[in-house]
Write a protein of this length. Structure first.
Length: 352
């Protein structure tokens, strides 16, 4: 819906590297947008004029259309706004954007000037640094302290041979240190090489490849895969890291001798993205660990998973433009949902 008092953008703004738009603060409609904003969001100006804010917002994040409208209104009333937003591109990819909103001119109460910058790379680098600092400050220190404590017990002991319990503790804690190092390397690989070696595959086929590998490593596990509807996704090593951690967590944290892991592939009912849902019957993942994923300053230890396995899932999936959700099942157990941008069937592939 156009507003005569808002006007249009100058053609010179199409040369900027920053996305720029004019919004009608009352309706939340885009009046005009430059070429850079079209590139950032993946929609043409004509398409943006017809879309609601909700349609290019990642609706599974705690960002709501009403909050965005509230920001527009505050700016129209003379209070400039600056905030970070999780946006959903036309192709379903999620990106982080920084938004600046200001009143276009004092006499145009309904019109606001919006600047948008794609800060996905910066945001990832910043929060990756926070995560690595957290790992160094807590996880590595805690495991090393336990190993040192066991070594001191051996040195002070009167027996010639250390007890089996001490040997087992040192071995298990050493393995955890190794797992932490591997997880950090996987996160770094996923973020720095997110655009390399990407291939388009059937989601179900990609899941089966990882499930087969995990099944070979855990032969007592029963990994079941069902496909509700064929979906195509772009994957690389990051996808394999994320799914492998999700499946392995479901297996190793089960109290059953033959743990059952159910994986469902199909479109997300809420977003239309490709959803890979991994379900188990285990004890719930501690809420504080899930909270720590989205609040890097939280200092709780990560006992669930292989040190920082949950972080690997989150970072690896987000490096592919997707997101991870953690849910508690009504019937008991956990559900880990990997949501990825849906892709078109490759031109060279035909279906029956």
């Amino acid at each position: 819906m156009s507003s005569p008092e808002c006007g249009t953008l100058s053609p010179v703004l199409d040369t900027l590297h920053t996305g720029v738009a004019i919004y009608d603060a009352a309706s939340g409609a885009v009046i005009d947008a430059n070429a850079r904003l079209e590139e950032i969001l993946g929609y043409s100006s004509d398409q943006l004029r017809e879309l609601s804010v909700a349609e290019y917002t990642a609706n599974t994040y705690p960002h709501t259309e009403s909050e965005f409208h509230n920001r527009l209104s505050k700016a129209a009333n003379g209070s400039p706004q600056q905030f970070v937003w999780r946006a959903k591109r036309a192709d379903g990819e999620l990106i982080w954007i920084q938004v600046f909103i200001s009143r276009q001119r004092p006499t145009a109460d309904r019109c606001v000037h919006v600047e948008v910058r794609d800060i996905t790379r910066h945001y990832d680098a910043h929060h990756r640094a926070e995560l690595f600092w957290r790992v160094l400050r807590h996880n590595l220190r805690n495991e090393a302290a336990i190993i040192i404590g066991c070594a001191e017990q051996v040195m002070k002991g009167t027996e010639s041979e250390p007890s089996e319990e001490i040997i087992s503790t040192i071995r298990s804690r050493g393995e955890k240190l190794g797992n932490i190092a591997t997880s950090v390397k996987q996160i770094e690989h996923a973020v720095t090489d997110s655009q390399t070696n990407v291939v388009r595959v059937s989601a179900a086929s990609a899941v089966r490849d990882v499930a087969d590998r995990m099944g070979a490593e855990h032969p007592d596990a029963d990994i079941r895969i069902s496909e509700r509807k064929p979906m195509w996704i772009d994957v690389n090593d990051a996808f394999e890291y994320a799914l492998a951690h999700a499946v392995e967590n479901a297996i190793v944290h089960s109290d059953d001798e033959a743990p059952v892991v159910e994986i469902t592939v199909g479109p997300s009912p809420n977003t239309g993205r490709a959803e890979i849902r991994i379900e188990d019957a285990n004890s719930p993942i501690p809420p504080e660990e899930i909270a720590a994923l989205f609040s890097p300053t939280v200092t709780t230890s990560t006992s669930h998973g292989s040190g920082i396995g949950l972080f690997v899932m989150k970072w690896c999936v987000e490096s592919l433009g997707g997101e991870v959700l953690f849910e508690s099942r009504d019937s008991g157990g956990n559900a880990v949902c990997l949501l990825l941008p849906p892709k078109q069937l490759p031109d060279s592939t035909t279906t029956d």
